[in-house]
Design a protein around this ligand. Structure first.
Ligand code: ADP
Ligand code: G6P
Length: 735
């Protein structure tokens, strides 16, 4: 195995230039703080942006910067001020960030920013390609770099690529509003493994993939081209040991060596041992709900006036993305709120809110975590929220109460915290009261469970799980996956076709020779198709069969005068050389009157679905329904039918947005084999788009050319993407 290349916009350190010299300060934010522990433990290279624009770096300092970064196992991607504007402040933080956090009204859709985002993603991809070998593992992080996986895949098709999204993936209803939604999905699908913090984000992503790209998703595998992409959730943990050990060290520090902040905190605790400190720590970001928290604090003081002079809210807001107007407005709003609330409630001996707007050294963070009785972390929407986990890890005596928003990804794993809806002030005020009055034993019992979980599923375990899953994916054997019919493969097939002594062709109709229409009767053949089929069927030594699930009446009307060979209703009827259809399977139909009412009840409850009654089968079509709803109803119907059918000789076929019930002794594979047995063929070809065609692909001899239309999972050897490609291939047989 080669090295691991971590790639993210932020590096573990951010560079700053002061007095002509460079200083490296640790980056804040969940991604950088979490991955830092992973990076320091192994053989990895971290590529990212230094935090400085090209214009800000004096030429003379450039080598020094590279050296400073290489000391942190990192190397940088250079970005100009314009690139940072369009890519980072622009598309990443004015389009994707608000959209993915459900702040639709803040999302800006600017074409120029999108173009710069693409260009900068290409820069990151190129930086990887410059240093990557085929056996390396590439781990791409977060929403700033969603196109990178595909860009790397294009140049290095066999390399292992994992992607992790550190923020929520929104529901399809939100994601669909993005003008470049397909490109983003395709970019991500360059990966072998895509990870999310929670199952909800994972299922939102899969739903968008299904609805927007029409790809087949089976469980959490996406089938695309010749690849299978795995999607899974891996809730990110923290470096538990680092926080619990730092807390112990903090407690054992003699008073004389304590930080200024710690001394002041102790002093206040000492003057009023019953007073409670509430702690709120976040980057200054509108998703974190800081303003709402301040309003809720005011509400709390009014609802529970007995706590005036008894509680204090410490707010630490870390400056973030200050070039984005929404962040500037938020800063002003918070400044004003803090001023107003302090003005309203302060007394000579009490200021209810202490507000810090700065980044703090790690030691001070620990001072705050260990001293505050209640951590109040209530984002409006947050991918994970590591601060909640860090607070719990520092509570070495297991006291302390965590009030956490239900909208944070970490709430899924932290059920023992007091979980609240940040929009509900009444509930929030009551939660604060509950936290203040919670008996110590209860605090310790809750934290004991939380700590155990956090210690076990720490950031190292998280990274190992992700990496392990990525390696498994690489080792999986996808040789059974159909290959795309490339120009070269097509040339070989056409050559074999032309030199064959006797040819046998099975061609499905709907979804293969013709596209889908809302009304199936509208999908009749066009003049170009007739001409093509005329040419194929009139070739010497060629037996061409149209093989379809359609009823014989429709095919009689469309094709009988043309004298094509036809097999319809999945193999019940056969017609050759313009003769009337004959039954080739003995099938019953007395079951149909029992099943029809069941299907009718599904039609009533599933808008857009309808029943097609054939001579010997019944089909329930759900192409025109909502895709997820239709799929759900289809599995429901499948369960109902399976129990109804019992031992009858019936089977349910799951076609392309259609479920068909028919006699089990009938299928396209059996019919095709019957024709195959009639003569000695040296070129056998079959092509089709849905599950009913899989019977042909499975049953025809192994050396047959079997072709699937579409990218879904298949038993065919090859696939083509569309009806258009089918026609081009068939044309090459005759022209
Ligand atoms: P986000 O990733 O949205 O910023 P998280 O809560 O997941 O939110 O991660 C924040 C990270 O930044 C935590 O690891 C925390 O320790 C760190 N952090 C937060 N505030 C500060 C601060 N004032 N100084 C230094 N690091 C901070
Ligand atoms: C979140 C994002 C990270 C980002 C961090 C800090 O955690 O998921 O990708 O690095 O916030 O934001 P910044 O814009 O300063 O990198």
């Amino acid at each position: 195995m080669g090295k691991t290349i971590i790639i993210s916009n932020r590096l573990p350190v951010q560079l700053q230039i002061s007095n002509g010299d460079i200083t490296a300060i640790p980056s804040v934010g969940g991604l950088a703080t979490g991955m830092k522990s992973v990076h320091s433990g192994g053989d990895s290279l971290w590529i990212g942006w230094s935090g400085l624009t090209d214009e800000e770096i004096p030429k003379a300092l450039a080598p020094k910067i590279d050296k400073a970064l290489s000391e942190h196992g990192s190397s940088k991607v250079n970005l100009t001020a314009d690139e940072v504007d369009g890519f980072y402040f622009g598309f990443s933080n004015r389009t994707i960030w608000p959209l993915f956090h459900y702040f639709l009204e803040y999302s800006e859709f600017e074409l120029d920013n999108w173009n710069i985002y693409k260009q900068v993603n290409q820069k990151f991809a190129d930086a990887i390609l410059k240093v990557a070998n085929d056996d390396d593992i590439i781990w791409v992080h977060d929403y700033q770099l969603m196109l990178v996986p595909q860009m790397v895949r294009e140049k290095k098709p066999n390399i292992s690529i994992g992607f992790f999204l550190h923020i929520p993936f929104p529901s399809f209803e939100i994601f669909r509003t993005l003008p470049w939604r397909e490109e983003i999905l395709e970019g991500l699908l360059g990966s072998d493994l895509i990870g999310f913090h929670t199952y909800d984000y994972e299922r939102h992503f899969l739903s968008s993939v299904r609805r927007l790209l029409g790809l087949e998703v089976s469980f959490n595998d996406i089938h695309m081209d010749e690849r299978v992409i795995k999607v899974d959730s891996f809730p990110m943990g923290i470096d538990y040991k680092k926080f619990s050990e730092a807390a112990l060290k903090n407690q054992n520090t003699p008073p004389g060596e304590q930080s200024e902040l710690q001394r002041r905190l102790y002093k206040h605790k000492k003057t009023d041992p019953d007073a409670k400190f509430f702690l709120s720590i976040d980057r200054l970001d509108y998703t974190k709900g800081i303003a709402k928290r301040l309003n809720a604090f005011e509400y709390f003081l009014n609802k529970y006036p007995q706590y005036k002079e008894k509680v204090r809210l410490i707010i630490l807001a870390v400056p973030s993305r200050s070039n984005v107007p929404q962040y500037q407005l938020l800063k002003r709003e918070i400044d004003e709120l803090v001023g107003r609330i302090n003005g309203e409630f302060s007394t000579v001996s009490w200021t209810p809110i202490w507000y810090f707007y700065r980044s703090m050294p790690f030691e001070n963070l620990i001072d705050l975590y260990t001293t505050c009785d209640i951590a109040w972390l209530t984002p409006i929407r947050d991918g994970m929220n590591l601060v909640a986990k860090e607070y719990i890890a520092t509570r070495t005596d297991r006291t302390g109460v965590l009030i956490l928003s239900e909208m944070a990804g970490s709430a899924n794993e932290m059920n023992e915290a007091i979980l609240i809806n940040p929009n509900n002030f009444e509930q929030t005020a009551d939660a604060l009261n509950q936290a203040i009055t919670m008996p110590v034993e209860e605090q310790q019992e809750r934290n004991r469970v939380l700590q155990k979980r956090l210690e076990r599923y720490n950031v190292e375990k998280w990274a190992n799980d992700f990496m392990g899953s990525l390696l498994d994916q690489k080792e999986k054997d996808f040789s059974h996956v159909a290959r795309k019919l490339s120009v070269d493969l097509m040339n070989t097939i056409v050559k074999d076709y032309k030199s064959a002594r006797k040819r046998l062709l099975f061609i499905d109709y709907d979804g293969t020779l013709a596209g889908f229409y809302k009304d199936p009767q509208k999908a009749g053949p066009d003049p170009e198709l007739y001409e093509l089929l005329d040419l194929i069927s009139s070739q010497e030594n060629t037996e061409m069969f149209l093989i379809s699930g359609r009823d014989k009446e429709t095919f009689t009307k469309w094709f009988l005068p043309k004298k094509y060979n036809m097999i319809v209703e999945h193999g019940v009827w056969l017609s050759r050389n313009g003769e009337e259809f004959k039954m080739i399977e003995n099938v019953k139909k007395d079951w149909m009157e029992k099943i029809l009412p069941v299907l009718e009840s599904f039609v009533d409850r599933t808008p857009g679905s309808f029943i097609e009654e054939k001579n010997y089968s019944l089909a329930w079509h759900y192409r025109n329904t909502d895709p997820d709803f239709g799929q759900k109803r289809a599995s429901e119907l499948n369960t109902v039918l399976t129990s109804l059918i019992g031992t009858d000789d019936l089977s349910v076929l799951n076609g392309n947005k259609v479920m068909e019930i028919k006699s089990s002794n009938v299928n396209k594979g059996r019919a095709a084999m019957r024709m195959y047995a009639e003569d000695d063929y040296d070129f056998v070809f079959s092509i089709g788009d849905d599950w009913t065609d899989e019977f042909m692909f499975m049953e025809l001899p192994e050396d047959s050319i079997t072709v699937k239309v579409g990218r879904q999972k298949t038993n065919a050897r090859y696939y083509v993407e569309s009806v258009k490609n089918v026609r081009s291939l068939l044309k090459r047989f005759v022209y």
